[in-house]
Design a protein around this ligand. Sequence first.
Ligand code: FAD
Ligand code: NDP
Length: 400
Amino acid sequence: MGRAFKIVILGGGVAAGYATLEFVKHGIPHGDLCIISEEAVAPYERPALSKGCLLPEGAAALPSFHTCVGVGAERQTPKWYKDHGMELVLSTRIKSVDVKKRTLLSAAGETITYKTLIIATGARVLRLEEFGVTGADADNICYLRDLEDANKLVQVMASCKGGMAVVIGGGYIGMECAAALVSNNIKVTMVFPEHHCMARLFTSEIAAFYEGYYRKRGVTFIKGTVMAAFESNEEKKVTAVVLKDGRHVEADMVVVGIGIRPNIGLFEGDVVTFPLKSYRDTRRLEHVDHARKSAAHAVQAIMSPEKVHEYDYLPFFYSRVFTLSWQFYGDNVGDCIMFGEPNDKKFGAFWVEKGHLVGAFLEGGNKEEYSALEKVARLKPCVLDLELLGRQGLAFPFTF
Ligand code: FAD
Ligand code: NDP
């Protein structure tokens, strides 16, 4: 006989943390809920792993970034869960689910029964082995998804001070880790297949600003190619990265950020893609704001279904690197109109599709400016004159 709970949250990441906070707000009785997580620690704010945790001095460590400190709410330490009568089943991987019998089977053979299941299994990193790269299990190759990865990255960085790193991938992990490596006195070469960094969100003009900023801090960009193989020494450590175009790049360490895949293998279909009401579209969003808000929404739907509204989410992405910081709201489709002055480290862009503003980006904004951006991206106002919009720039969102 295994354990039984009224509500089980499968996964112990960001969504799990924010869901439990919402359950507490709804006055869930003690003993009703458990979180099952493969990780060894209570839910934490995953974004800290590529920011505060990698600082050369005064690095963030648990318990300081347990959820829900990311929105200024309570810090849910293991004691918090105990005090609220919630069970944390940690270091436990669920290997199968029987949705008809409402049971979960752990890798250790335990059965846990539920009445209601919240699936919050997040994602796993894509690994180089999946592209047929050999030698990708070397000790000085780092990925970054969980606390264990962050601890390893910190250790490897400490052993490479003054050395060289190759960062593979020009997305969020690549850009944030490259900045952290530079701050830790490690020289960085970034390698990615696109023509510029952050290709899914940035236009070439936006990317040019960030790449210029990184170059001034010694970062080299190798674009339009991917790695083909590693060269390693007898200690099984990578010493160089061989690129598809034949170049060799020396490396004391490697950081890989080539994307993620959602953990949906336990279920019979996609349990992650959801309807984005304002764009009449379905999407998968891999960002923390959606994890927090969709978790709270799911709990409202369980606890007070009569009061819950349709989930109407406005996409929101952000990043912080070095002393820079940007936010983006909405959708990056259609014509992109830049405004402001990149040299002043304050500039932005609007995206206009079919005569309506649909997306807004700003580097170096303040609280009021970012909330004006959010408002205008939600309103989707009509824009007839793109040149005028460019001239109005940041003044435009404040006219609403
Ligand atoms: P996760 O937080 O990934 O949690 C999933 C949990 O499920 C994990 O605990 C996992 O161990 C567990 N799990 C999975 N399968 C099983 C199983 N079979 N059995 C038991 N447990 C299981 N987003 C932003 O918007 N801004 C940022 O600045 C930002 N920074 C980031 C920095 C890093 C380093 C990373 C990795 C991500 C960052 N993100 C950021 C993305 C953001 O963290 C994710 O969107 C968010 O964590 C998703 O939350 P989640 O709860 O859905 O999944
Ligand atoms: P991303 O999808 O952001 O970026 C992956 C990058 O790697 C893309 O540029 C991709 O190119 C490139 N790539 C793919 N295959 C290869 C290859 N073989 N060699 C070199 N480059 C390759 O994923 P990340 O890994 O950067 O981030 C993982 C997750 O973490 C994402 O969900 C992200 O949202 C999240 N995250 C978010 C942060 C934030 O919001 N601030 C910070 C850190 C992480 P292509 O597009 O052509 O496939």
